[in-house]
Write a protein that binds this ligand. Sequence first.
Ligand SMILES: Cc1cc2nc3c(=O)[nH]c(=O)nc-3n(C[C@H](O)[C@H](O)[C@H](O)COP(=O)(O)OP(=O)(O)OC[C@H]3O[C@@H](n4cnc5c(N)ncnc54)[C@H](O)[C@@H]3O)c2cc1C
Length: 416
Amino acid sequence: MQKYSTLSLVRNAISHHNGWQKAWRNPDLKSEYDAVVVGGGGHGLATAYYLAKEHGYKNVAVIEAGWLGGGNTGRNTTIVRSNYLFPQSAKFYNFSLNLYENMSQELDFNIMLRQAGLLTLLHSRHDLEVMRRNINAMHMNGIDSDWVTPDEVAHIAPGINMSEDARFPIVGGILQKRGGVARHDGVAWGYARAGDALGVDIIQMCAVTGFDIKNGEVVGVQTAKGHIKTKKVAIAVAGHSSVLAEMAGFRLPVSSMALQACVSEPLKPVFDAAIMSPATGIYISQSDKGELVMGGALDAYPSYAQRGNINTLEHIISGVIELFPCFSRIKLMRQWAGIVDIVHDSSPIIGHTPVKGMYINCGFGTGGFKATPAGGWTLAYTLANDRPHKMNEDFSLKRFETGAFIDEMGAAGIAH
Ligand SMILES: Cc1cc2nc3c(=O)[nH]c(=O)nc-3n(C[C@H](O)[C@H](O)[C@H](O)COP(=O)(O)OP(=O)(O)OC[C@H]3O[C@@H](n4cnc5c(N)ncnc54)[C@H](O)[C@@H]3O)c2cc1C
């Protein structure tokens, strides 16, 4: 991996980066790979990196239809946390947060992790009672989570409407201090550069168009740039999982929905923590640039249109102004959406598919950025060993036959 001295930084700045070494190569597609990862979002890139690093795979390709991180990875609101309810999720997401905490060092790439806390607001006696149970469950699972009084909420979130007459009065909160935000592009680029350095071929602008399957076993991948022979395929395409599954001849229990977010003009620092409000259905954080980053619930119906509907945007904005009336005159700068894949128990699917040699990571819905390292790590393990790791065995497709669902909707109210 290239290191830059101060002198080389100055030289490159003056020469308009002429001769600046690319962070990853732009290789030609080979006709055969030991493993092919479909999808160059965070999960696909992490899978390829861990295949090379942890399992010694030397001949791996990541095939991406667009550009790296151009899907949900580059569209999300960057919240990381591990305050989930059930033991399986707590273990999985905490492992992910641990990997995040060491990621900048491991990948030698600053992912700008800011663990300034994740505050979930409580708005009613009912919220207090439910969260009391949840917080005990989190403590039993070893997840840090603290009660926060209304005064402490006002201190963490200056400007928040603490009036008892508010439509959704704030009666307290829970705080995961290890929660926070990380730079989404940095995570994709860090994994891409580190994977490339281990020999992973990253092929961009190359859609997968089909699979070759013989006697129930994958033997090849068809792409826009040619055909690949391979016996191992990992699929990590988030909102397009059912499209890829259809190409391979099976169905997935997921729906594809638009999820929106928006940012304001930059402001001076207001608060450090990310704030979620299940009752108003919104969440908000402030980026390092100063923009307020805001989001809410899913659009109302399945769609592949990466735009989102105006009524959902209005709902987000009215929720933000309900909580922070002082933000009502701030300009909204940008709005966008990503297509996320929703599973009805709000837990991911990571494991085998009905096709031998083909594995999938999907169903993270509105909250898979925080799972990027663990999603990649467990998918790589499952592919390399042809069996799930303890951490992802309960997240397989089998639960849709056995009914052993892991229903996580309750843990933080909003599932980001
Ligand atoms: C607005 C919004 C806010 C969010 N906020 C948060 C948050 O705060 N915290 C959190 O944890 N999560 C959040 N999420 C969810 C999170 O972004 C996703 O769960 C996560 O990024 C999924 O990563 P991925 O790598 O699986 O998918 P993606 O990043 O979507 O990557 C999949 C890639 O597959 C490619 N692809 C698709 N079809 C093909 C094909 N045929 N051939 C080749 N490539 C293909 C796509 O081009 C895409 O680049 C949010 C999502 C959105 C949309």
